[in-house]
Design a binder for this molecule. Sequence first.
Ligand SMILES: CC(C)(COP(=O)(O)OP(=O)(O)OC[C@H]1O[C@@H](n2cnc3c(N)ncnc32)[C@H](O)[C@@H]1OP(=O)(O)O)[C@@H](O)C(=O)NCCC(=O)NCCS
Length: 389
Amino acid sequence: MFVFRLKGNLISNYFNYFSKKLSVIFENNVKKFCKQLKKTQFRRLKNLKIIMSKINAALTGIHACVPEYILTNEELSTMVDTTDEWIQSRTGIKERHILKGEGKGTSDMGAKALLGLLEKTNTKAEEVDVIICATVTPDMLFPATSNIIAHKAGCINAFAFDLNAACSGFLFALQTGRMYVESGLYKKVVVVGADKMSAIVDYTDRKNCILFGDAGGAVMLEPTTEDYGIIDADLHTDGSGKDFLYQKAGGSVYPPTQKTVANREHYIYQEGQSVFKFAVSRMADVSADMMTKHNINPEELAWLVPHQANLRIIDATARRMGIRKEQVMINIEKYGNTTDATIPLCLYDWESQLKKGDKLILAAFGGGFTWGAIYLKWSYDGSQVKKLI
Ligand SMILES: CC(C)(COP(=O)(O)OP(=O)(O)OC[C@H]1O[C@@H](n2cnc3c(N)ncnc32)[C@H](O)[C@@H]1OP(=O)(O)O)[C@@H](O)C(=O)NCCC(=O)NCCS
C-alpha cells in the first residue's frame, strides 16, 4: 500500500480524497496511478511535491492481563469425571486462569492490558485513535466491550468497536487495524484480544470445561516506513461450520428464556472431533502456504505463534511447516484456550526474546469456521522494553 506525503498549500479535503483514492486503487500499481493522476483535477495543482513512501503497520508494543485464580486439572477432576492425565495427554493443558469476582468481565482484562500497553509504549491515553476488541464474550451484547475498555483506560479520543471471528478474532482484528494504519489516517491503533470464557463454559460438561481459560492482551499498531510490521494476511471464513462450535441461545434466533436456560443452551456447544480435524488441516495449510508464498525457509522463521487450542493441533501445524518445536510459542499448559487472547498472550510471554526483524507467522482457527495466518516482521528488541511491576 502506498500513501503520498504532500508538500504545498493543500486543502485537507484534497488530502482525504487523495488518501481514499490511493488505498482503493493503487495498491500494487503505482504506474497506473500516475497515469490516472494526470487525468484528475490534481493535475491543476501547481508546486505539488509528492514524496512516495510505503507505510507499514508495525507492532510497537504488547501487554497482557491474566487473572490471578488458577483452576488446575486436579481441581477440575473434583468437579467432573476427568483426570489430569487425560487432559494433559489429549490437550496439553495443565491449568487455566479464571476471572473471579462479581461484576467482573472481559473489559476488565482488556482495560488492564491496554493500560499496561500505554505505560510500556509511553503513550498518553488521549493519543489512541482506534481500539478494536476481538472477543466472543463481550461484557454485554451492547454497547461494545471496546467502548467500555476505552472508557476505563481514558482513551477519550478513540473510536472503538468489537469484532467477532471466534478464536481467529485477534488475527481478523489485527488485519483490520493494519488497514487503518496503512491508510495513513490513523497513527495509534490498539488491537485487544480478550475473553472471559468461564462465563460461557458449562462446568458440568467434561468435554469442554477442561479446555478454556480467561485472559486479555493488547498490541499497539503504528505506522513505519521501515521494512517491519505486518507483511501479509490470509484470512478465511466458512459458515457451513457453524453447527460444530457455537453458543446456541442468547442471540436473536434464540433469545434467552427460562427454557433456554434450563436446557443449558447459553454454554459452549462443541463437536470436538470435527473441530479437531478441521483445525489440523486448515491451520497447517494456511501457515505452510504463507511460508511458500514469501519464500521463507523453515530455518529463517523465528517463531510460529499459533492459537492455543490443543497441543496436538499445534504440533501438527509445526510439522507441516517443517519447523522445530523450539520455533513455536507454546503456553497452552499454563492458560488453556483463552480464545481471542491466546496469540497476544504468547507474544507477551515471549516479548523479551523477540528481536527486531524476526519473522513471525501468527496462525489461528475457530468457530464459524474461521481460520487464517498473518506474516509479520517484528519491529523492536523485546529485551529493551521496560518491565512493569
Ligand atoms: C475436545 C477434545 C480434547 C476431545 O478429545 P478426543 O480425543 O477427540 O476425545 P473424544 O471426544 O473422542 O472422547 C474420547 C473419550 O473420552 C471421553 N472424554 C471426553 N472428555 C473427557 C474428559 N475431560 N475426561 C475424561 N474423559 C473424557 C469421552 O466421553 C469419550 O469416551 P467414550 O469413548 O467412552 O465415549 C478434542 O476433540 C479437541 O481438542 N478438539 C478440538 C477442540 C478445539 O480446538 N476447540 C477450540 C476451537 S478454537
